[in-house]
Ligand binder design. Structure first.
Ligand SMILES: Cc1cc2nc3c(=O)[nH]c(=O)nc-3n(C[C@H](O)[C@H](O)[C@H](O)COP(=O)(O)OP(=O)(O)OC[C@H]3O[C@@H](n4cnc5c(N)ncnc54)[C@H](O)[C@@H]3O)c2cc1C
Length: 394
C-alpha cells in the first residue's frame, strides 16, 4: 500500500472546462488504488522468491513438447537454446502467450481475438515546479469526448500517467469537424496534428504535458483486444491463466485482479483433496473461472462506453444518483455493479447478472423522470424486493 495512491472517484473534465468528482463508493472505505506497475512487479517477484520460487530472467519459451513434458527455451542474451523438463506447465505469459500458441498447435483452443478498434498512447504530467501534484491527487481523471477520451492516474512521485484512447481509424460516415483533425490515430500522424487535436479537445490538459512532443513520438501506440478461448487446459499437462487465457480491454481496471483471482482458484483446486488428480483440478479451475473471465471481459467493454460517452450524460447521472439512494435503502441487496466488482469478492458472473437486473430497475424508475425527487421510491422498494435476493444468499 506504500506504493499506492488512493482514488476516490472519477474527476470528470467536461468539454466546457468544468470538473465534477463522481465518487466510486459510499466513503473512503470504497475507493480504488493506483499502483506503479514496475514496483508492483518487484513486490510480486520478492514474494514469489520468499515463497520458494526460483526466477530465471531472459529465458523465453519458444516451444513445448507436451508428450515429453519439456520446454524449449531461448536465452536471447547468451544466444543459446536449451530444454527444461516440467511436471505441470502454467502458461501465465500474457496476451501474446507462447504456451497458448503451442497448445493451440497440438489441439485447437478455439481462439478468437476481437480488436476494440481503438488504440492507446501514454503521456506524462510531471509534478509541478514545487513538487506537488498538478491535478487533484486522489482521483482518476477523465476527459470524456464521446467516441474517445483521455484519462490520468496519479503516481506516488506526484506525477500522473495520462492515457489517450482514440479510434484506430476515422469513424465511418462521420463528417470531418470544422476545426482540427478527425479524432483517430490514423488522422494524427504528426506531432502537429496531435497538438491540434489536444488544442481543440483537451485544452486544459495540454498545458500540463510539457514533454508532449517527445512522449507522443517516443511512446508506442498500442492496440486493445479481447481474447476468447473455448479451452484453457491441455489434459493434466498445461493450463493457461491471466491475460494468456482471457486478455481484456483495460476499462474496468480488472485484468490483473482477474489474473490474481485465477491464481487463488488454481491453487485451491490443486490443493483440493476432493479432486482425484491434476487433470480434474485443472478442469475444475477452468469451469470456475471461464464464466467469470467472460463476464468481466464484457463489463470492461461496457465500461469504455460509459467512461468516454456517458459520464457527462443527464440520464446516466440521474441513474447513478438513484443507484446510491437504493444502495442506502437496501444495503447488501441493491449493491451497485461497480462496487460489487471493485470492492467485494463477489464473482464477476454474479456481479454481471445482478447488474443487469439492477439496471432494469433503474431504467424503469427513471423513465420520463428528470429529477431524483420525482422518483417513486415505494415502487422502487417493491421492485427491489421482487427482483433481488440479498447478495450473501445469491
Ligand atoms: C493500458 C492498460 C491499462 C491497464 N490497467 C489495469 C488496471 O488498472 N488494473 C488491472 O487490474 N489491470 C490493468 N491492465 C491489465 C493488466 O496489465 C493485465 O491484465 C495483467 O498484466 C495480466 O497479467 P499476466 O501475468 O497474465 O500477464 P503479463 O502481465 O503480460 O505478464 C506476462 C509475463 O510473461 C512473460 N512472457 C511473455 N512471453 C514469454 C515467453 N515466450 N517466455 C517466457 N515468458 C514470457 C512476460 O515477460 C511477462 O513477464 C491494464 C492493461 C493495459 C494494456
Amino acid at each position: 500500500m506504500e506504493q499506492a495512491v488512493m482514488m476516490r472517484g472519477r474527476m470528470v473534465h467536461f468539454a466546457s472546462g468544468e470538473t465534477q468528482l463522481q465518487r466510486y463508493g459510499r466513503d473512503d472505505s470504497e475507493v480504488i488504488w493506483s499502483v506503479h506497475r514496475g514496483r508492483l512487479n518487484i513486490v510480486m517477484l520478492d514474494a514469489a522468491e520468499a515463497a520458494g520460487a526460483r526466477i530465471h530472467f531472459n529465458r523465453r519459451i519458444d516451444g513445448v513438447d507436451f508428450e515429453r513434458r519439456t520446454l524449449e527455451l531461448v536465452d536471447d542474451h547468451a544466444r543459446s537454446r536449451f530444454c527444461e523438463p516440467f511436471e505441470l506447465l502454467v502458461g501465465a505469459d500474457g496476451a501474446g502467450s507462447a504456451v497458448r500458441r503451442a497448445m493451440d498447435a497440438v489441439a485447437p483452443l478455439g481462439e478468437r481475438i476481437e480488436p476494440l478498434g481503438h488504440d492507446y498512447k501514454e503521456l506524462e504530467i510531471p509534478p509541478g515546479s514545487d513538487g506537488s501534484f498538478m491535478l487533484e491527487a486522489n482521483a482518476l481523471h477523465i476527459w470524456p469526448r464521446g467516441g474517445y477520451m483521455s484519462i490520468a492516474l496519479p503516481n506516488t512521485e506526484r506525477s500522473f500517467t495520462v492515457t489517450l484512447f482514440l479510434p484506430t481509424h476515422p469513424p465511418e460516415g462521420e463528417p470531418a469537424p470544422d476545426s482540427g483533425p478527425v479524432a483517430s490515430f490514423q488522422t494524427i500522424p504528426t506531432v502537429a496534428d496531435a497538438r491540434a487535436l489536444f488544442d481543440r479537445d483537451f485544452p486544459d490538459l495540454l498545458p500540463l504535458l510539457p514533454d508532449f512532443d517527445r512522449d507522443f513520438v517516443d511512446n508506442p501506440t498500442s492496440g486493445l483486444s479481447t481474447l476468447y478461448l473455448d479451452r484453457w487446459c491441455h489434459g493434466d499437462v498445461a493450463v493457461l491463466l491471466g491475460d494468456a487465457a482471457h486478455a481484456m480491454v483495460p476499462f474496468h481496471g480488472q485484468g490483473m485482479n482477474c489474473a490474481f483471482e485465477d491464481c487463488v482458484s488454481l491453487a485451491d483446486k490443486l490443493c483440493d483433496d476432493g479432486l482425484c488428480d491434476t487433470g480434474e483440478a485443472l478442469a475444475a479451475f477452468e469451469a470456475e473461472r471461464r464464466p467469470n473471465a467472460e463476464a468481466i471481459q464484457r463489463m470492461a467493454l461496457e465500461n469504455y462506453v460509459e467512461m468516454r460517452d456517458r459520464v457527462d450524460d443527464a440520464d446516466f447521472l440521474l441513474q447513478r444518483a438513484l443507484e446510491r439512494v437504493l444502495a442506502d435503502r437496501h444495503p447488501g441487496v441493491f449493491v451497485p455493479r461497480y462496487a460489487m466488482v471493485s470492492f467485494t469478492l463477489v464473482p464477476y458472473a454474479t456481479a454481471f447478472a445482478r447488474g443487469q437486473v439492477q439496471r432494469g430497475i433503474l431504467v424503469e424508475l427513471t423513465r420520463g423522470v428528470e429529477r431524483l425527487e420525482d422518483v417513486d421510491l415505494d415502487r422502487a422498494d417493491a421492485l427491489v424486493a421482487e427482483r433481488l435476493v440479498p447478495l450473501d444468499a445469491a
